[in-house]
Design a protein around this ligand. Structure first.
Ligand SMILES: Nc1ncnc2c1ncn2[C@@H]1O[C@H](COP(=O)(O)OP(=O)(O)OP(=O)(O)O)[C@@H](O)[C@H]1O
Ligand SMILES: [Mg+2]
Length: 246
């Protein structure tokens, strides 16, 4: 179980202290799929980075399976099963797709067949990709899909994805949502997915709307989606402070 307790993140700016996140408390039960959504700049990525340990909160606590991980490094959190999908995955010179999957899985003997399975699941033709270097010759969309394959290979207990749909074509998007559904059905991992996509939001056990650095609304996809979809004129009650106060 993931517990966020009174998480705040402030930065100093020329105008003084800026509250990026303000007193966020949230529990994600084991094996649930939770989607963070909300307007641009609302604080979703910052919150995801705080869970992973890429950003340290200025106040509050993060508990993972009852253990306080607030002061643990990314590596230490990764050892505890927390994995994070970067918007831009690292590109090291000389690192092939096969090697990246092997490292991610923590299994040096990961077979070619297993690598191929991971790649096929994210819509890549494995034979074409395995020996290619991540740093060169891969299109943005391909890198994004390889990143998703590495997260599957890592098989973490808690998987965090930041806008995994960004920059991929529709066909791959369908494979991606299938992958999320499969991981969810297996019932072994907890997933936090940041997304603006209706299709992904509809997979969620719970949708959390983050806006203005706070949780504006929480509920089932059935409850939240109609509110978001009715926001075509920018008057969505969940996205605004006024709506939250009601
Ligand atoms: N270190 C920082 N210093 C100053 N401002 C920051 C810092 N980190 C984040 N912000 C600001 O905090 C706000 C929240 O950013 P964040 O990236 O978390 O939003 P988001 O909800 O992920 O948005 P998007 O949907 O566009 O990805 C933004 O206005 C961003 O510019
Ligand atoms: Mg973001």
């Amino acid at each position: 179980m993931l517990e966020l307790k009174h998480i705040s993140y402030q930065v100093s700016s020329e105008e003084g202290e800026l509250g990026i996140l303000n007193d966020i408390s949230l529990t994600v039960p084991d094996h649930k799929l939770v989607v963070f959504t909300g307007p641009n700049g609302g604080g979703k990525t910052t919150l995801a980075k705080i869970i992973m340990g890429l950003v340290k909160p200025t106040a509050g606590q993060i508990l993972w399976n009852g253990q306080d991980v607030t002061d643990l490094s990314i590596t230490e959190r990764a050892r505890l099963g927390i994995s994070y999908g970067f918007q831009q995955p690292p590109r090291f010179k000389g690192l092939t797709v096969r090697k990246l999957l092997t490292i991610a899985s923590g299994n040096e003997k990961l077979s070619k067949d297993q690598c191929c399975q991971y790649l096929t699941k994210v819509g890549l033709c494995a034979n074409d990709q395995l020996e290619r270097e991540v740093a060169v010759s891969l299109a943005g969309g391909e890198v994004k899909r390889i990143e998703i394959a590495t997260i599957r290979a890592r098989n973490g207990e808690l998987m965090i994805f930041d806008e995994p749909e960004a920059g991929i074509d529709l066909w791959s998007f369908a494979r991606l949502t299938e992958t999320f559904e499969q991981i969810h059905r297996q019932g072994k991992a907890t997933m936090v997915i940041i997304s603006h996509q209706e299709r992904i939001i509809s997979l969620a056990d719970e949708v959390v709307v983050v806006a203005g650095g706070a949780i504006r609304q929480r509920g089932s996809a059935e409850e939240i989606l109609p509110l978001i979809l009715s926001d075509t004129l920018g008057s969505c009650p969940v996205m605004t402070k006024e709506g939250a106060a009601k």
